[in-house]
Each structure stands twice: as C-alpha cells, then as structure tokens.
Ligand binder design. Structure first.
Ligand SMILES: Nc1ncnc2c1ncn2[C@@H]1O[C@H](COP(=O)(O)OP(=O)(O)OP(=O)(O)O)[C@@H](O)[C@H]1O
Ligand SMILES: [Mg+2]
Length: 271
C-alpha cells in the first residue's frame, strides 16, 4: 500500500495490509488513530422491528485531523458518533479510544473517560436550561474540577461570538446561539477528540463558516482531533477526509474534499 494519510477502512486493505494493534501499523503505515471502530454493529430493538443502525463498520479516525461523516438521514451517522464517543454501547464489535477498549470499562470508568478525553456537540444541543451560557460552556471543566485555560476559553468564546450572551440562559438564546454554546462547551476543555453532530446545521452561513474555520485552526494549529457529521458539502470541504455512510455501512472515503467533489459524490450515491 502506498503511503497515504487518513482513514483506513477494511475495504482499503489488500492481502498484504496487515493491521498490527501492538505497533499501530496498518499496511506498513505508522498510524496512531484517535478512535477506532472494529466491526461495530448496533441493532435497535428486536424481532420484526429490529433496526440495524450500524452494520459491521470498521474505521480508524486519525489523530490531529478533521474528519467529516456524511450520508442520508437514518444512515447511522449519529449512532456511529455516539458509539465512538462511549455514549451508547454496541450490539457487537469494538470501539477503542486511543488504546482503551470501551467495552472493557465499568460505567464509572466510561463516564470518566468521556469527561476527560471527549467533547461532544449533540445534534440537539443538550444545554442545561438552569445554567447560563458561560456556565454551560465551562460545565465539563467544572465537573472535572479543572480550571479553564483563560486564553483558550477567551478565544473559543470570541470565535463562537457569544461575548455579550454569556449571562443568558438557553431559553433566552436563539437556536443558532444555543448551537454555538454547545460548540464552545465541547471545545472549552480541549479534549483529545471532539465529536460534533451537525454543529453548523442551525447556523447562518457566516457564523457556520466562523465555527468551521475555528475547528480547522484547532486541528492545524493545536493538533485537535475532530469528527463532524454534516449534510452540507461546504462544511465537509473544511475536513481532511469524508466518510460516506449508507444503511449503516461505510460506502466510500474521500480525501481532500472540495464542495464540488463532495456534491458530485452525494449525487452518485443518491443522497
Ligand atoms: N433509540 C433508537 N431506537 C430505535 N431506532 C433508532 C434509535 N436511534 C436511531 N434509530 C434508528 O437507527 C437508524 C440510524 O439512526 P441515526 O440517528 O444514527 O441516523 P443519522 O444518520 O444520524 O440520521 P440524521 O441525518 O437524520 O440525523 C435510523 O433508522 C433510526 O431510526
Ligand atoms: Mg443524526
């Protein structure tokens, strides 16, 4: 296999590409994925109404890169993100964050790992209604008993453009503003991996663009790892790679996406 950065799926592997977990080498390429899913399968419900939301998905999310996940509604994007972030468990298969197999952790250990190593921007913002915007943003740090890095926090708040809204509660904020609080909350503690489920879905193109540019800078300048679900080819174009899902399976991976190539791909995949 030729040297290439990015995401490896089982489909990329040839007979000579052997994944060696000890050395973290896949096909001779040194990799240290931030998160890895192996044959991840998630079935909701049972019997005739069972839904196979993830069907044996294997992928490695490279560290220090910006990965987008795309696919039609119901293709399993949120389910994959939740399972990789330890918010939901798999029916079968494994997820590793760094070298930790999430399936081996107790509830308490899993809660700690999520709190210390993962940031999540939910599709529905999940802000706490009784806390102000600022309190919502610093909540993960407060829960962990950690002090905010003032410079970083200031930069996050400036970027999401919430400086004059910090004392408001979620009910006093627009949908877009709540979305921005949710993004700031995930970034505030500089976790190892940030999962963002349609973080710009409710934003106008200008504020969406600012958040995307900030996420891009967090990856390039600070070595952040970000995984983002989006339906928007322009948003996906900020990423290093795009993983396309359909019916709970990875159907394609695209490196160096542009809005045009992503759009063409989506048309070809019929989504
Ligand atoms: N808690 C649940 N119980 C039963 N089925 C579920 C549950 N959550 C998701 N599903 C089903 O699993 C499939 C994948 O859902 P998921 O939310 O991962 O899709 P998605 O790609 O994020 O879609 P969207 O773009 O609409 O957010 C869908 O068929 C959905 O109806
Ligand atoms: Mg979703």
């Amino acid at each position: 296999m030729t040297q290439r950065a990015g995401i490896f799926t089982v489909a990329d592997m040839t007979a000579n590409d052997v994944y060696s977990p000890e050395a973290d080498i896949w096909g001779g390429v040194q990799l240290a994925p931030a998160v890895r899913a192996e044959m991840a399968t998630k079935v909701y419900g049972g019997g005739a109404t069972a839904v196979r939301a993830l069907d044996a998905v294997s992928l490695a999310i490279p560290a220090r890169r910006f990965t987008a996940i795309m696919g039609p509604s119901g293709s399993g994007k949120s389910t994959l993100m939740h399972c990789m972030a330890g918010l939901d468990d798999l029916t079968s298969g494994r997820v590793y964050v760094g070298d930790v197999d999430l399936g081996t952790l107790s509830d308490k250990e899993l809660t700690r790992l999520r709190r210390d190593r993962i940031g999540f921007v939910f599709q529905a913002y999940n802000l706490l209604p009784m806390l102000t915007a600022r309190e919502n943003i610093t909540l993960p740090l407060d829960l962990a008993g950690r002090k905010a890095d003032r410079g970083w926090l200031g930069r996050v708040i400036d970027t999401v453009g919430l400086g004059d809204r910090l004392k408001h509660r979620p009910s006093e904020l627009s949908g877009g503003q709540q979305q921005r609080v949710a993004v700031a909350r995930a970034l505030a503690s500089r976790p190892e991996v940030i999962f963002a489920d349609e973080p710009t879905g409710n934003l106008d193109s200008r504020s969406g663009g600012e958040i995307l540019a900030f996420m891009r800078a967090a990856v390039d300048e600070m070595g952040q790892t970000i995984v983002m679900v989006t339906h928007d080819p322009n948003a996906a174009a900020h990423a290093d790679e795009v993983v396309f899902l359909a019916d709970g399976r990875i159907v394609d991976v695209m490196a160096a996406p542009t809005a045009d190539t992503v759009l063409e791909h989506m048309k070809a995949l019929g989504s």
